[in-house]
Design a protein around this ligand. Structure first.
Ligand code: NAD
Length: 263
């Protein structure tokens, strides 16, 4: 058998950007075969591929699927199983945000946030589980959020979806506790990615303040450490959850939030 035939295979959804891209680079560097996935124009997708391939032991490919569509999500998982013969690690990371009060929250945005941030986690997990169960090995890491544990105003869909992900994580863990499969969630606080940059821009516009002032108030409002969690730290937590040290950890939600939820 070649070295590649022995390597474990990971799908990181939403890995053309931000947290997912960093997780992919870190897994690829650590000997995983990584399937990149996510939206983006051809230049962005190529940049994500180049950045991941630069650190990878095995060639990295990009797979396309709009996760608002359950059929596309199932096709994505099946495509990876067929391409590589296995899917050992599913990192459900793709996500979007929409900011508004409930009374003016657009129903279309509610549907999109719920579809991508919660239902796609169900559809991808459902598609991945049978082969993991047959193999007697699987790791599922759901990138939830501190908003899976507590709420903030103007984020109703995101908060509802992420609380759902935390619940789904526990249900997946329990149903597969004896199957060699673990399922855990990571719940970051603020991480400086395009998703948060959009929120910084919105706050700058609303408050007519500079970037430094807005960032400082965002952090001090929520995180006692007054520091962002880094994409690299989230990737490190994923590596821990797939290491043998975490073999008996399942159904947990790991807060990486600078003390946000300790208050
Ligand atoms: P990001 O915007 O940088 O990346 C989001 C990824 O999701 C991109 O690859 C994008 O292409 C993909 N995506 C979006 N819509 C999609 C769709 N319809 N179909 C397929 N893929 C789609 O954001 P990020 O901050 O890296 O967020 C990654 C995850 O981390 C999300 O689930 C987010 O909720 C979670 N999270 C982020 C933060 C933070 O502060 N940035 C904090 C806690 C949790």
């Amino acid at each position: 058998m070649t070295e590649q035939a022995n390597a474990r295979v990971a799908l990181v959804t939403g890995s053309t950007s931000g947290i997912g891209l960093e997780i992919s680079k870190s897994l690829a560097e650590n000997g995983w075969i990584v399937a990149l996935h996510g939206k983006g124009n051809p230049i962005q997708v190529q940049a994500a591929l180049d950045a991941t391939n630069a650190r990878a032991k095995f060639p990295v490919r990009h797979f396309d699927a709009d996760m608002r569509d359950p059929q596309e999500t199932r096709r994505l998982v099946r495509g990876i199983q067929e391409t590589y013969g296995s899917l050992d690690l599913l990192v459900n990371n793709a996500g979007i945000q929409h900011i508004d009060r409930i009374e003016s929250f657009s129903p279309e945005s509610w549907d999109d946030v719920l579809a991508i941030n919660l239902s796609a986690v169900f559809h991808a997990t459902r598609a991945a589980l049978p082969a993991m169960q047959a193999k007697g090995y699987g790791r599922i890491v759901n990138i939830a959020s501190v908003h899976g544990l507590v709420a903030s105003q103007e984020k109703a869909a995101y908060v509802a979806a992420k609380h759902g992900v935390v619940g789904l994580t526990k249900a997946t863990a329990l149903e597969n506790a004896k199957a060699g499969i673990t399922c855990n969630a990571i719940c970051p606080g603020w991480v400086l990615t395009p998703l948060v940059e959009a929120q910084i821009a919105l706050r700058m516009e609303r408050s007519n303040s500079g970037r430094d002032e807005v960032v400082s108030s965002m952090l001090s409002e929520k995180e006692p450490t007054c520091r962002f969690t880094t994409t690299d730290q989230v990737a490190g937590a994923v590596r821990f959850l797939v290491s043998s040290a975490a073999d008996n950890i399942t159904g947990v939600s790991l807060a990486m939030d600078g003390g946000w939820t300790a208050q």
